[in-house]
Design a protein around this ligand. Structure first.
Ligand code: FE
Length: 196
């Protein structure tokens, strides 16, 4: 995305409720807690992506982003930014900022595209039948802006058996921020009294 947009919208997209996608969880679905993200690294996104025209998208997105997200294109395998990316954090829609996937659910599929066992939230990614190129596949679409993300297949690893095969171009990455304890904050030391 190249369009300057209000930071508040980004923060909204990263919170539960507004963007339609639950904030990704650093510890996996079982933990249930929100992950902290480096919000300074987040770009701003459109307030109401459904209201944008095709001309708007052409202006907002780069030519490559437009081709993949709006024309259902596919980036070349092993060419994208995230197929071999292993940082902790969340992957958001490059067009609208909705949280789509989390690093905990990412796995190496060997395909050359970033692959996940599930979306960050079941409502974040929609699916629809794709009969292009003489095949019947299930297309993955951002539920907030309708942008094409990739496809989902039934040959993934546990626990879901799904492989969400996603174009890097459709994603932006927001790194996780370590909690104070993980960042090295210390509790009472053994060099002095405990305080009681
Ligand atoms: Fe989107």
């Amino acid at each position: 995305m190249r369009l300057p947009r209000p930071l508040a919208i980004v923060l909204c997209a990263l919170s539960t409720g507004c963007g339609g996608g639950e904030v990704a969880r650093a510890g996996g679905a079982a933990d249930g807690g929100p992950v902290s993200v480096d919000r300074s690294a987040v770009l701003a996104y459109p307030d109401d992506p459904q209201a944008l025209s095709d001309a708007d998208w052409r202006r907002i997105l780069t030519p490559e982003e437009y081709h993949v997200l709006r024309e259902r294109g596919t980036e070349r395998a092993f060419s994208g930014e995230y197929w071999n990316h292993h940082q902790d954090g969340v992957y958001v829609c490059a067009a609208c900022g909705q949280v789509l996937f989390r690093s905990d659910d990412k796995f190496d599929s060997g395909t050359g595209w970033p692959s996940y066992t599930r979306p960050a939230d079941p409502g974040a990614v929609s699916t629809r039948e794709d009969r292009s190129w003489g095949m019947v596949r299930t297309e993955a679409v951002c539920s907030r802006c309708g942008g094409h993300l990739g496809h989902v297949f039934d040959d993934g690893p546990p626990p879901t058996g799904k492989r969400w095969c996603i174009n890097s171009v459709s994603l932006d990455f927001v790194p996780a921020v370590a909690s104070p304890l993980e960042a090295g904050a210390t509790g009472p030391t053994s060099s002095g009294p405990s305080g009681d």
